[in-house]
Design a protein around this ligand. Sequence first.
Ligand code: SF4
Length: 233
Amino acid sequence: MPLTGGPLAALQSELADCRRCARLVAWREQVAVEKRASFREEVYWGRPALAIGDPAARLVVLGLAPAAHGGNRTGRIFTGDRSGDWLFGALWRAGYANQPESVSAGDGLALTDCWVTAAVRCAPPANRPTPAERDTCTSHWLIPELELLVAKRVILCLGGFAWETALRVFDAPRPRPRFGHAVEHRLGAGPGAGLWLLGSYHVSQQNTFTGRLTEAMLDAVLGRARELTQGHG
Ligand code: SF4
């Protein structure tokens, strides 16, 4: 369900036209023209992938960046790829999503008390944005987005890149906690004071195919996220 009205919708609308990172713009558009053979009949979005969720969310799920043939094709983060199947399947089991599938921007998916976004909003080559691209994207899009999510209490970071991004975005004091699966950290002083960071291995196929991340592990992290959003620290 697309956002209608409000400052978050306005921000997403601006985001969709962003061309600040020349390398990523070139890559996202090249992929959109070349396509994967199995999607050759589809029109790729080829622009920054939009977030999805509940503007009143207490839980924010933070990924790395859209996949070349996932979010870069469908226009919505974690939509149309295996990572998204895993994530939204888990969010559905946890009661955050109205359906387990996330296949296209118009598929009727709606989230309650949860917002799903990413550190970098354009698909990067080899899933590796540069530090400059990350900083450009977070300063223009992620930080304003997080500021508008006024009810947030927990940032669930999928993978070490998201974890490091969250620590930077909230200017967490040093020494900073290391990323790990199910690691949790409450931010002290700074712009994120009182927020919980929660780590999970990323839902990428590298982790889910190998058994490094199981459904039970992801379900447990989401259960803990629910407890933390309810004030059970
Ligand atoms: S990665 Fe972010 S800042 Fe860079 S072009 Fe895409 S949306 Fe804009």
